[in-house]
Design a protein around this ligand. Structure first.
Ligand code: AP5
Ligand code: MG
Length: 285
């Protein structure tokens, strides 16, 4: 599963980019802001409770939003993955989300932050406020409070996900198309890494099978030689793959564009190892 947290301050473009990502990757979009606004529009008790807090530009209580996300996860048992937009926003929410996903046998793949200056955020939100009438976009004071809430309560989540090796950030200023391109490049890289992890665990499993096979009494000497040769070739290939992954990571750090072909190449090599091993096991059985 690909479970992404799209992160960033109010107006960073989380909602805009989520729309593009769900159509490209077929993920379920979970925006707590959108869910809360639909509760307000429906006039529900939850919506009435949340409205005043949202209009002030403050955060709604953790219990409410965690409950909302839990029920949305339950409603989508067959999802290919989720984009979390505007959630989690506090450490308590991040811990709850990890717990909910773990119970479903999955977890967060990555957090991707859209980096945008406060000045640009304010301009974007004031502009949208004129057209949409969203009350929390209506005046600069509320926008400032939203940014302040983000800085004090939400920003610490960068460390939370960095500590898990899952934090990534990209430039959030530019055209919507340029930012979408940076996002998809990053996702291609993440997918390739996830494929590699899955393949490595397959390879470990196959190693065990071969070792078991090696202790069998009736193993032919020429077969042992063949196994040794394959193992040496695999070790060399794995070393090459490690080198390629190191280079890819370095390129990402330098904000270079990683092409899809490069990632596919990285991901496809271990497939060859597995195929070779499966062929060998079939021959030997
Ligand atoms: P929420 O709805 O999540 O709002 P937000 O995070 O404050 O930010 P926005 O949705 O306004 O911005 P965005 O990053 O999605 O940007 P967008 O794509 O819309 O939350 C609202 C409230 O609900 C919170 O204040 C809180 O009270 C409550 N809440 C929600 N979740 C909560 C939680 N987990 N815990 C507690 N409380 C919670 O873009 C913004 C504008 O910029 C648009 O007009 C867009 O067209 C434009 N734009 C986008 N990209 C670009 C670009 N590249 N260049 C120029 N303009 C652009
Ligand atoms: Mg939004």
């Amino acid at each position: 599963m690909l479970n992404l947290v799209l992160f960033g301050p109010p107006g960073a473009g989380k909602g805009t980019q989520s729309e593009n990502l769900i159509s490209k990757y077929g993920l379920v979009h979970l925006s707590t802001g959108d869910i809360l606004r639909s509760e307000i529009a429906a006039g529900s008790a939850l919506g009435r409770k949340a409205k005043e807090v949202m209009d002030r530009g403050e955060l709604v209580s953790d219990d409410i939003v965690i409950g909302m996300i839990e029920s949305k996860l339950d409603q989508n048992p067959n999802a290919k993955g989720f984009i979390f937009d505007g959630f989690p926003r506090t450490t308590a929410q991040a811990i709850a989300l990890d717990d909910l996903l773990q119970r479903k046998g999955t977890g967060i793949s990555a957090m991707i932050a859209l980096e945008v200056t406060d000045e640009e955020l304010t301009q974007r939100l004031l502009k949208r406020g004129q057209a949409s009438g969203r009350p929390d976009d209506a005046n600069e004071e509320v926008i400032r409070r939203r940014i302040q809430e983000y800085n004090t309560k939400t920003l610490p989540l960068k460390n939370y996900y960095s500590d898990q090796g899952k934090f990534h950030s990209i430039e959030g200023i530019g055209t919507i198309t340029e930012i979408f391109k940076s996002l998809t490049d990053r996702i291609i890289f993440l997918n390739a890494e996830m494929d590699l992890t899955a393949l490595e665990s397959d390879i470990e499993h196959l190693d065990l099978t071969i070792q078991d096979f090696e202790v069998a009494d009736d193993i032919a000497p020429e077969l042992l030689l063949e196994i040794d040769a394959i193992k040496r070739a695999e070790a060399e290939e794995e070393e090459e793959e490690k080198e390629e992954r190191r280079a890819a990571k370095k390129a990402i750090k330098n904000e270079k564009q990683i092409t899809a072909q490069k990632q596919i190449k990285i991901a496809s090599k271990p497939q060859k190892i597995i195929k070779a091993r499966k062929r060998l096991l079939r021959v030997n059985r």
